[in-house]
Design a protein around this ligand. Sequence first.
Ligand SMILES: Cc1cc2nc3c(=O)[nH]c(=O)nc-3n(C[C@H](O)[C@H](O)[C@H](O)COP(=O)(O)O)c2cc1C
Length: 181
Amino acid sequence: MITLISGTNRRGSKTRLVTDIVAGLYREAGADAEVLDLVDLPLELYSPDAYAEKPPGFTPFAERILASHGLVVVAPEYNGSLPGALKLFIDHLKFPESFEERPVAFIGIAAGQWGGLRPVEHLQQIFGHRNAHIYPRRVFIPQVYQAITDGGEVVDPDVDRHLRAQATGFLGFVRALRSEA
Ligand SMILES: Cc1cc2nc3c(=O)[nH]c(=O)nc-3n(C[C@H](O)[C@H](O)[C@H](O)COP(=O)(O)O)c2cc1C
């Protein structure tokens, strides 16, 4: 099962739209694909006490990560990096088993011209630190408001091509690693 993380808690985000489009590509390719949206994180997770005692509403998120054969993180660029909610989410997941040797692919999106390069590179550092298997083919979507309509149509053919190539390639990567295990 592939889990796609919509990497912001901003309601109505473009990130969620992109995540749904990409989940559709995985399903078209015959994979089970589910979306985790950080909008749905329990508010108690933002409490200073959540590190000592995880809120019960967080358990399904943590378990979903552990049950995943591969993760796709869709990260918007916020102030030249990843959203704070995404880092908080990562910090609350079980250590080390959440990411240790788990395949992960990254998609960056931004209103601006850098297409989420910076949050993806910051995430690669974090996931590298956590010994994840990082899929090398990343996708960046600059000027996301022009590249993808509010209705979810990918109007930039390069973005469409890169998203499809990543989905196909990442499924092969996940399968190859599982057959090695
Ligand atoms: C708090 C915040 C910070 C942002 N910082 C950047 C930025 O540094 N560079 C950029 O290109 N876009 C920036 N944006 C715009 C987002 O890239 C844009 O909203 C895009 O749609 C992805 O974010 P979304 O998933 O929240 O819609 C920022 C948006 C927010 C809400």
